[in-house]
Design a protein around this ligand. Structure first.
Ligand SMILES: [Zn+2]
Length: 223
């Protein structure tokens, strides 16, 4: 049977109480519940006493230690800068971690090889993506200087690296996406935008000033 997961929040809420012992749960302490909006218990009243924290980052250990544990407590801490809860690891039984370690040692070589192959495929997909994006840019902006479409595509892909692993046909890129990438490139490469900072002007103001220069270049590249 699959191991049941429960959430454990290192809470940011000030008015939480344990539904079992009634004690206040202080900020930063564990609140075991589906979410902070749900009812939950303090750590002492939860079934996780004696459990061990497995830090995040090793997918095989995470999966396997969960499988071998009676329960799995997923620990979440609030990241103020990003305004969201982030996973801090999981609480599992110590024996489950030991079993997972043994399993991982056994097939370490196979998993390393799999990861290596996957990395090569990803790299290849990235290259294809950049080439297809560059083709799409050239199609929409036929007068764009020679090879510039590759600079634009590469830069845009680095900026939005979240899309790694997705292959796209040159025909699938939408115009809006192409325009944004080309505009960003022109702003930096073809206008004095970057030189305007540090002179007491605000970003919004500087953007407004270079707008007509950008439009002119766009028009020239397009026809
Ligand atoms: Zn309690």
């Amino acid at each position: 049977m699959a191991t049941t997961s429960q959430n454990i929040f290192l809470t940011k809420k000030e008015k939480l109480r344990c539904i079992q012992c009634g004690k206040r749960i202080l900020v930063g302490k564990s609140f075991v519940a589906e979410s902070e909006k749900h009812k939950g218990t303090c750590f002492s009243c939860s079934p996780f006493g004696g459990y061990v924290l497995l830090p995040p980052g090793d997918a095989a250990m995470t999966r396997r230690s969960k499988k071998h544990s009676t329960l799995c407590g997923v620990v979440w801490a609030w990241n103020q800068r990003r305004k969201r809860y982030e996973r801090q690891g999981q609480l599992v039984e110590e024996i489950a971690i030991e079993k997972a370690k043994i399993e991982c040692e056994k097939d370490q070589g196979i998993r390393a090889e799999k990861n290596r192959k996957a990395a090569i495929v990803r790299e290849q997909q990235d290259k294809e993506y950049i080439i297809n994006f560059a083709i799409a840019i050239r199609r929409r902006y036929p007068n764009c200087p020679v090879k510039r479409e590759f600079d634009i595509a590469k830069h845009a892909c680095e900026k939005y690296s979240g899309r790694v692993g997705r292959t796209a046909n040159a025909k699938e890129f939408d115009d809006k996406m192409i325009d944004l990438a080309v505009e960003a490139h022109i702003r930096h490469a073809e206008t004095n935008y970057d030189d305007q900072f540090g002179k007491g002007k605000r970003k919004k103001e500087i953007r407004k000033e270079v707008r007509s220069d950008i439009n002119q270049v766009l028009k020239h590249w397009k026809k």
